[in-house]
Write a protein that binds this ligand. Structure first.
Ligand code: ADP
Length: 914
């Protein structure tokens, strides 16, 4: 022992030393106690009271929670990211001992109530791996889901982390050994990082462990053979086993990450398209929240999974589409089915609770009632339009007979509405299930009946009024007699207590009956517990069945929800084509159309027209249009209907987006760097079958850089990648590309300008737009009137290629006529000093920029010297002009040094004469 403290605190501190958990909860009788630093921490986090515990001359902070209340406290601590070790007390020959039984961590806490999936993840990297160098594994202890795969780069890892959003992550030794890699991983997730022992990641051991648990064939079946992937999966399994909540058994199946082939959808794109979270981090106003008409938590989970993992498997998409169509067309049956699903328990999670031994009587009743819904669901489908669709197959997937058997057994075994726990008054197990219990209960009830009627009998027998028989913790059973008649009690009454208005008595017979009742209660509780545990074991043995049923119900829920949304929002079933056509008629944005009077737009792309440059004023609707196109493609490949009058789409292999990023600014990363990283990722990853959305490229740098990059990226995407691309840009120069690159076409989002006012039409039309209406947006944004007026003025002059006077202060007084300090001359492309001012343009200068019409200007440093140096040729002194002409005409090779000196002398004299 490494501590001076002895006694209970010493025991606590030495147990704490033996674990790497952040906090230890140690059972002491009826409480779980926290001592020393842990007490302070827990008190701080959970608002517990701290007291002081003296031990061997020192005093230690102490905080505690009653045994029965540990779970909510544990959950709260774990939700705050702590790992908590729980030490249980057990009897030994010479008293008590305590041992750490489990460590509860964010990824291994069994939380049946939460709707959110709580994934535990592991990521490993191995530079010299045969295949892909990264391995990822995700497990959800409460539903038993387990997925693992090898992926090729950090971007893929990020995309998976975004999709599963784990709560706890185990970085493998190959990640930990490289600080930058670990930092990258840390930046990619909100999960708590737990440094689990490196040996758990050793591929040999990991493979062995996985084979033992899932069966040797399972690894091959999901193609799990790369070392990093095996290491990650093995480590997750090891960690779940170690932390020992007993949930390992709920993990019945090993899955890959993309069984049917999925659409690449990186984390950036998931965010840009606001699938699960908006760009601002809200969960409302997302695609998920818009579509989520599901009735169950499992349904929400599955919908989220579908949206973030679109499919490329045409047969699967046709199956889902047909089911959604059936639900869309059968409103009554749909409502009936959704009603039947309403309130069904989360079977996947309950299975995990059963296998971990934490399921209580009400959990098993929830299992029973969920299983009991199956016939009702079948009835909702039978004889309706749903019957001829793939819907009945979904329900038929789990083993119906086994589900019925389990349901019947639970009905026989468990009371209709059992109490929450076994301890107490019994009543968990149904009558007629166990003979021994039935007999015991009958006997018990008889004894209770005797006690219940005792007061009446005593009144009659001894002529007493004011008699009652009751029971409490300290006195046990007693006969209570009113003070007024207390003197008349018979001899054999033994007084045990005097109260204000009454006295309490016991008799020998009563005491004997009481002992009998207590014995029976104890026996009944033991027996009920034993029977209940058997029933729970039986349910745990059916974990796989429960997961199957749970998933089938979730799928019905999602299909019905999608059908509901399609029917109530006029969505249409998309068609898939192999002809490389992408045609959307009257498409809408699925989220924006909910709150706006939305103007629908078409999209027409095919082999000959695969790259659209989208121009239009700011705020006209370019982003919305492009996102709606991407979302329609994505929805189609989740099996959903789409917001359009008609849609014909190819099956895309990836959706890539680059959208002006707000949040990266907040993260302090250079936006331009991020922009280029995203562009680079797209140019590397997209293929001919991908859909690419670029919302401005090159904005984060100087204009010429920006145009050059946008131009080159367009050429590359068009010529090499050949991905279907929508590219919104404010560089009007790019619209010229349509004349040179055969598959490029221009479209613009139209706006109308009349009498200086701009009306946004929200209509996408062929051809480029002619101007950008930026000044109008400045006006909308509340830029002061004089600035807007002046900007209009400047714009007009630029369009007319006229010189613009730069208004400036520079000490000049506007009214006194000294207002013009410099003139911008479009034809010369320069500023010229004029009017005798100091040339201060009030500009920070030194940049180049572009105007709307394509004219170029060079803005020089805004001081007097610069303005002078920029004097236009036409305004120079004739003598200077002459000297310059002579200088230009001088051929140095034809002159001797002496001649040269003479000539220079002559020039100097001429200039001096001036
Ligand atoms: P841009 O990308 O051209 O700057 P946005 O796509 O951000 O413009 O759209 C600007 C605003 O117009 C948004 O508030 C959006 O909701 C609205 N909007 C865009 N397209 C439509 C449409 N087709 N129908 C109705 N409102 C639209």
């Amino acid at each position: 022992m490494t501590t001076d403290a002895g006694g209970i605190v010493g025991e606590f501190l030495s147990l704490k030393e033996s674990t790497d958990a952040d906090v230890l909860a140690m059972q002491c009788g009826d409480f779980y106690e926290f001592f020393a630093d842990d007490a302070e921490l827990v008190a701080d986090e959970l608002d517990l009271k701290v007291s002081q515990k003296s031990s061997h001359g020192s005093s230690y902070p102490m905080a505690g929670v009653p045994l029965s209340e540990l779970t909510p406290y544990l959950t709260a601590l774990v939700e705050r990211g702590y790992r908590v070790a729980v030490a249980e007390q057990y009897e030994t020959d010479d008293g008590h001992a305590r041992e750490i039984e489990r460590v509860v961590s964010p990824g291994t806490v069994v939380d049946p109530d939460g709707a959110e999936a709580r994934y535990l993840a592991a990521v490993e990297h191995e530079a010299n791996a045969d295949g892909d160098p990264w391995g990822v594994a995700f497990a959800e202890v409460t539903t038993g889901r387990f997925h693992a795969a090898a992926v090729s780069d950090l971007d893929d890892v990020r995309a998976e982390l975004h999709r599963f959003s784990p709560v706890e992550l185990l970085p493998g030794p190959g990640v930990r050994e490289d600080d930058a890699r670990l930092a990258d991983l840390r930046d990619s997730t909100d999960a708590r990082l737990t440094l689990h022992e490196a040996e758990a990641f050793a591929p040999g051991r990991a493979r062995h462990r996985l084979g033992d648990h899932f069966g040797q064939q399972a690894l091959g079946a999901v193609g799990l053979d790369a070392d990093p992937a095996v290491a990650a999966a093995g480590a997750v399994l090891h960690y779940v086993e170690e932390t020992g909540a007993g949930v390992l058994a709920s993990m019945t199946r090993l899955g890959g990450l993309d069984p049917g082939g999925r659409v690449a959808l990186d984390a950036t794109t998931q965010r840009n398209l606001e699938l699960i979270e908006t760009m601002q981090g809200d969960s409302t106003g997302t695609l998920l929240s818009t579509l989520d008409h599901t009735e169950t938590a499992a349904g929400t989970r599955l919908l989220r999974e579908w949206l973030t993992r679109p499919q490329r498997d045409r047969a699967e998409l046709e199956r889902r589409g047909a089911a959604v169509a059936a639900f869309a067309g059968a409103a009554l049956a749909r409502d009936r089915l959704l009603d039947a699903l309403d309130g069904t328990a989360d079977l996947e999670r309950l299975a995990a609770r059963a296998t971990s031994g934490s399921a209580g009587p009400r959990d098993l009743v929830a299992v029973r009632s969920a299983l009991g819904r199956l016939p009702e669901l079948a009835a909702a489908i039978d004889g309706t339009d749903l019957a001829d669709s793939p819907v009945p197959d979904v329900l038929a997937r789990p083993d119906q007979a086994a589900a019925r058997d389990l349901h019947d057994e639970l009905r026989e075994a468990l009371a209709e509405e059992p109490p929450g726990s076994i301890a107490g008054d019994g009543g968990v197990i149904a009558r007629g299930y166990n003979e021994e219990l039935d007999e015991l209960v009958a006997e018990y009830e008889e004894a209770v009946e005797w006690l219940d009627t005792l007061a009446e009998r005593e009144k009659r027998r001894h002529g007493l009024s004011h008699v009652s028989v009751d029971r409490n913790k300290t006195d046990g059973y007693y006969i209570q007699v009113g003070k007024s008649v207390a003197g008349q009690v018979p001899e054999h009454y033994r007084e045990i207590k005097t109260l204000k208005n009454s006295k309490r008595f016991v008799t020998e017979e009563l005491e004997e009956r009481e002992r009998a009742v207590l014995r029976m209660e104890e026996r009944r509780e033991d027996l009920e517990r034993r029977i209940f545990e058997e029933v729970r074991e039986r349910v745990a043995g059916e974990a796989e069945l429960l997961q199957d049923v749970g998933r089938a119900l979730a799928e019905l829920d999602v299909l019905a929800a999608l059908g509901h949304h399609a029917a109530t929002n006029d969505w249409t079933r998309p068609e898939f084509t192999d002809d490389d056509e992408l045609r959307i008629e009257a498409g809408r944005h699925p989220v924006v159309e909910q709150t706006t009077d939305f103007v629908p737009n078409d999209l027409d792309m095919d082999r000959e027209r695969g790259f659209l440059i989208v121009t239009g004023p700011n705020m006209s609707g370019k982003s919305t249009y492009m996102r709606q196109c991407a979302l329609i493609a994505l929805l189609a490949q989740t099996g959903s209907f789409v917001p359009a009058d008609a849609a014909t789409l190819p099956l895309v292999d990836g959706i890539y987006t680059r959208v002006g990023a707000l949040d990266e600014l907040a993260q302090g990363r250079s936006t331009f760097m991020v922009e280029m990283q995203e562009l680079s990722n797209i140019l590397h990853s997209a293929t001919e079958d991908s859909l690419v959305i670029l919302d401005e490229v090159g904005r984060g740098t100087a204009t010429y850089d920006g145009i050059s990059i946008a131009w080159a990226a367009t050429e590359y995407l068009h010529n090499e990648v050949r991905a279907k691309t929508l590219f919104a840009t404010h560089y009007h120069e790019l619209t010229a590309l349509a004349e040179h690159l055969p598959r490029v076409a221009n479209v613009h989002v139209a706006a109308e300008e009349r009498d200086g006012d701009v009306t946004f039409l929200r209509r996408v039309r062929e051809g480029p737009t002619d101007r950008s209406y930026g000044v109008h947006v400045a006006d909308l944004a509340g830029v002061p009137g004089p600035v807007v007026g002046r900007a209009d003025d400047v714009l007009d002059r630029l369009r007319e290629e006229k010189a613009i006077e730069a208004k400036g202060s520079g000490g000049g007084d506007e009214d006194a006529g000294g207002t013009t300090q410099a003139v911008f001359d479009l034809s010369a492309g320069q500023f010229a000093g004029a009017g005798g001012g100091d040339g201060d343009r009030g500009d920070d200068g030194g940049e180049t920029g572009r105007d709307e019409t394509g004219g170029t200007f060079a803005a020089h440093a805004g001081n007097g010297a610069a303005a002078t140096s920029a004097v236009a040729e036409s305004e120079r002194d004739p003598a200077v002009e002459e000297v310059l002409t002579a200088l230009r005409g001088t051929d140095l090779t034809e002159m001797s040094p002496v001649e040269l000196m003479a000539t220079v002398q002559e020039w100097q004299d001429r200039l001096d004469d001036e």
